[in-house]
Design a protein around this ligand. Sequence first.
Ligand SMILES: *Cc1c(COP(=O)(O)O)cnc(C)c1O
Length: 423
Amino acid sequence: MSIDLAFDREHIWHPYTSMIDPLPVYPVVAAEGCELILENGQRLVDGTASWWSAVHGYRHPVLDQALTEQLSQMAHVMFGGITHPQAVTLCKQLLAITPASLTKVFLADSGSIAVEVAIKMALQYWQGMGNTDKTELISLRKGYHGDTFAAMAVCDPVDSMHSMFARLLPKHHFLPAPTCSYDQEYPAHSTAPLRQLLEQRHSKIAALLLEPIVQGYGGMRFYHPSYLAECRALCDEFDVLLIADEIATGFGRTGSLFACEKATIAADILCLGKALTGGYLTMAATLCTDQVALGVSQSEAGGLMHGPTFMANPLACAVANASVGLIQAGHWQQQVPAIEAQLRAELAACQASPLVKEVRVLGAIGVLEMHQSVDVAKLQQHFVGDGVWIRPFNRLIYLMPPFIISPEQISRLCWSMRRAVLG
Ligand SMILES: *Cc1c(COP(=O)(O)O)cnc(C)c1O
């Protein structure tokens, strides 16, 4: 059975692509461990973990078994008026590994939806508390929170789809992207713009929504934990909720189980996704405090107004339970720092390239920020030729491999990246 690439090109949308002039796609027929297997038998070392999600690699026996066992019980059942063991176990696990102040869990069907739910929670909370003025949000420039409309409205207003949909998007407030680097001395007054905005407008502001420490698709930028700690303090001072979008950073990626831990803070609302199911199925979660849940439940609607058809899908819950179990076993605590050290050592040489603006590494994330936008199709051809799978975009060539990657596999990824920028 060969993959009909002509049909694909003619009829199937891929992420962010044109139907008239799509970029080439590579036919993958299988994947195992840290490798993707192309139709022609070629194996590619995976540098992407399928967009942050496949942290345990592909075809992990524990995850495969969890899914197979659940399949013999039931694939799906509605969550309205029904509960099931996998959902209960998963929510118990999530509450056990997140801050004690987070006590309620909403199981959403994707990261973008988890962000939509977080925003609804914040708006319904203030409504329920009798404060109908607090309807505006604050987020950071260079942020990314998903592709649905409410999520889009809090993404970077320049680099996202704002201009295209400007008339349809609610107007929120954007702070300058933090410039206080993760590993440099923290410049005082970094959060002055937030303080200023809150002093002027706090009575209208429902929540500050941000990606803690790592701004992902908006630029792969790493900012200082003190910035996050000060944001938390300012939210408390001005009575504004803090929503942490840990969809990319959660489950060990930055070297901490959650990025908020680097600033020893807890958000009022927390979004999780991507690695939640180990990259097997689509599922995300929005957690909140007792206080938020109370406000939401007192709001006009009398409950949280969201309920997707596939909410808490048992297959997704089962594989998430297995994935979170593997995270709790703790191997990532050795794997991620080892990946970090090797990426630092083997990507450093790229700094010598005139094409490269900056090399950055944090946890199991390695980034080359280029001066110019890259030619994605040409670079991918180079990478596939070298036996690696790396998916650049805009001015970024970056790695976020599965945590199970071997030192030899990391070396292959870094070698190919060095060749791409140094020739
Ligand atoms: C990927 C991502 C999302 C959106 O998740 P989807 O599952 O793609 O909808 C939201 N926020 C952050 C920080 C992300 O990285």
